[in-house]
Design a protein around this ligand. Sequence first.
Ligand code: HPA
Length: 268
Amino acid sequence: MPGAQQAAKLAAEEINARLGRDFDALVVLGSGWGDALDELGEVGSQIPATEVHGFPPSRVAGHGGMIAALTCGRTRALVMRGRVHLYEGHSAAAVTHGVRTAAALGCASVILTNACGGINPSFSVGQPVLLTDHINLTGASPTSGEEWGTDRFVNLVDCYSPRLRRIAAEVGQGVGEGVYAGVSGPHFETPAEIRMLAAMGADLVGMSTVLEAIAARHCGMEVLGISLVTNMAPGLVEGGPSHAEVLEAGEASAARVGRLLRGVLERL
Ligand code: HPA
C-alpha cells in the first residue's frame, strides 16, 4: 500500500477509536474560519490533531489544529480546524493527509474553506466566494508518486462539484463565484503578480486548498471550495494585507460563514 494511503488508514483507525464512525463529510476550516465552528451545531468530542497519526504541529497563529465530530441535520461531519500548509515547510503529502484520512473514514464529500485576497474588483472584504475552478501555482501535486484507487491521472474537470455549488448558492446570500489561484506563499503577492494572476483568469488568490482539492478528487470525493475574501489583493487598494487583517476579517464574518456551512451540511 503506498505511503499516503497507509498513513491515512492508520489515522482513520485512531479517529474511529476516539471520535466514532460513519462520517459523511469533512469540513476544513481555514485561516479566520475557526470561529465558524460555534455556528455549526453541537460539537461531540474533539481532539488535538497532533495526537493523530501523521498530523504535524501547526506553526501559524489562528490555526490551532483540532479535529471535531459534529452532527448537522442528518450529516455526520468531521471538522478539522486549522490545516497544514506548504509554506510551513511541509510536503504535499502532509498537506493532504487530512483529506485522505477523511476518505479512508468513508467521507463522500469535503468542504474546503480558506481566507483569500480578492483580485476581482467586484468582490468585497467579508464576502464568501464559491470556487468554480482553480489554478495550481504551487509547483506541487499530492498525486506525484502516489497511487490511489485506479487512476494516477486524475481528471480535474468540475473539480469543485456543480451540485454542491448549487446547494451553497441557494443557502448563502450574496455569495460570489470565482477562480482561485493557489500559491505557495507565505509572502503576499506583489502588485505585478496580482496583475499577472488577473490576466490568467484568477478572481482570488490564497495559499491553500488546491492540493487538498486534487487529493480529494483523486480519492473520489465531491469537493466544495469556499473562500472568504479577507482583504483586497495588493495593487487594488492602498498598502498591503497583513496576517492580522486576515484573522480580523475572519472573526467579523464567523457567524455569516458558519450559517452558510451549516446550511450546506444540512442539505448534503
Ligand atoms: N494573498 C494570498 N493569500 C491570502 C491573501 C492574499 O492576499 N489573503 C489571505 N490569504
